[in-house]
Design a protein around this ligand. Structure first.
Ligand SMILES: [Ca+2]
Ligand SMILES: [Ca+2]
Ligand SMILES: [Ca+2]
Length: 426
């Protein structure tokens, strides 16, 4: 093709002979819609572009190795209810090495950016708004970074497996804020006011440092073997964070959610989290979980509930409406501090509801009952300290427990008892 360039009064004019218009830097200009990219290269949108025709995509990419720079411009479609098909930018089949960046894509019937078939590709600095399907939909192994995707009718960002999704903001979408597939990394995103979950992730995902507030489902929902660290989930209609079997919940903050702060499935590790003012439990842990060093206060039911064969250690649980900690069969409950539970309700510091539970070295103060193993039996209760509960120890016959020593008058412990298994009231 042949391009003729000349200037009039200092204004650079580019006349297209046949084919593509190249700017001086080797980029190929896009100045009209619809536009089809079927040669590899670097493309730039040179002005805001509208398309009122329905049933077609704005820019179609049908080749490998394309960089498409919107250069700050907007691609506006005919409206998200207009016609039946048409995305703003459409990758038409399996193509590799696509980069799309720097602009707004809005009001398209389907997605803002449809990259479901793009491989080894990047989507950055896009603002996808008010589209009829996804803001951005990406495929396996893509990078999706620093976009805003809001008011779209499906998820703000959806992706297949093994994607990296960083620093995006996804609000007010008609489904999830961000919905990645298995083995994805999802970090430092903000997702709020979405109709479903803030983040809805597949198996084995790494989900760190996101903020997911006021979504109509859970803040974060992920499947098995996921790792969730440092997330904040507030004011969601259902759970703050829920994840499948074998997940790790580390140092998250979950408050004011409409169900549990954290809901952990079997075999999970739940450590260092803060869960407060949730409508149900602060932490609900299933069987075979390790629940340690969490702080759970002011929840509408128990601070922590742990099901069969869990270890519950080193937690602080206070001012919950139900129990500080409730445990089921074969749990170990060690070194916890539970105070002021049964607040505006009825609860124990530690409530054993099953049997074969070991309750040792805990501190329970100002609860309705300090340690409650009634009517539960066959539990082991030793070396605990209880003060100022309405009933410090509510333990029925059939349990195995250290003698209960009244230390309310103070004094030297060893003059009261030398029994290392003794439980104290003080
Ligand atoms: Ca309870
Ligand atoms: Ca009470
Ligand atoms: Ca009881």
């Amino acid at each position: 093709m042949k391009n003729l360039k000349y200037t009039i009064g200092g204004l650079l004019i580019i006349i297209l002979g046949m084919g593509m218009v190249y700017a001086g830097d080797g980029q190929i200009d896009i100045a009209t819609l619809p536009y089809i990219i079927n040669q590899s290269g670097s493309y730039v949108v040179v002005k805001n572009l509208d398309l009122s025709t329905t049933g077609t995509d704005g820019i179609t990419i049908s080749v490998d190795n394309v960089t498409l720079d919107l250069n700050g411009h907007t691609l506006t479609g005919p409206g998200k209810a207009a016609g039946t098909i048409g995305s703003g930018i459409y990758v038409s089949s399996i193509y590799y090495n696509i980069a799309i960046r720097n602009g707004t894509v809005r009001d398209w019937r389907e997605s803002g950016v449809y990259g479901y078939t793009a491989r080894n590709s990047q989507f950055e600095h896009l603002r996808c708004y008010n589209n009829g399907a996804w803001g951005i939909i990406a495929a396996t192994g893509n990078l999706i970074k620093e976009n805003n995707c809001s008011y779209n009718d499906c998820a703000g960002i959806a992706a297949v497996n093994s994607c990296t999704i960083l620093d995006n903001t996804c609000t007010n979408n008609g489904w999830d804020g961000i919905a990645p597939g298995n083995d994805s990394t999802v970090s430092q995103n903000t997702c709020y006011f979405n109709v479903a979950a803030g983040i809805y992730a597949g198996m084995g995902c790494t989900i760190n440092d996101n903020t997911c507030n006021q979504n109509d489902d859970s803040g974060i929902y992920s499947s098995m073997y996921s790792s969730l660290r440092g997330n904040t989930c507030c004011g969601n209609v259902l759970e703050g964070i829920v994840s499948g079997d074998g997940s790790q919940f580390i140092e998250n903050t979950c408050f004011n959610n409409g169900a549990n702060g954290i809901n952990a499935y079997p075999g999970s590790t739940v450590s260092g989290n803060t869960c407060y003012s949730n409508t149900l439990r602060g932490i609900r842990a299933s069987t075979f979980c390790m629940v340690s060093r969490n702080t759970c206060y002011g929840n509408g039911d128990d601070g922590i509930f742990a099901d069969t064969s869990s270890l519950v250690s080193g937690n602080t649980c206070g001012l919950n409406t139900g129990d500080g900690i409730e445990v089921n069969y074969s749990c170990r409950v060690v070194d916890n501090s539970c105070s002021n539970n049964g607040n505006n309700g009825d609860g124990a510091g530690i409530n054993a509801t099953g049997s074969r539970i070991s309750i040792e070295h805990n501190l329970v103060n100002f609860n309705d009952r300090g340690i409650d193993s009634n009517p539960a039996t066959y539990n082991y209760i030793a070396s605990n300290r209880a003060s100022n509960n309405t009933t410090d120890y509510d333990i029925v016959a059939g349990n195995l427990y250290g003698q209960i020593i009244d230390g309310t008058a103070g004094g030297l412990i060893h003059t009261l008892t030398t029994d290392p298994f003794a439980n104290f009231s003080f």
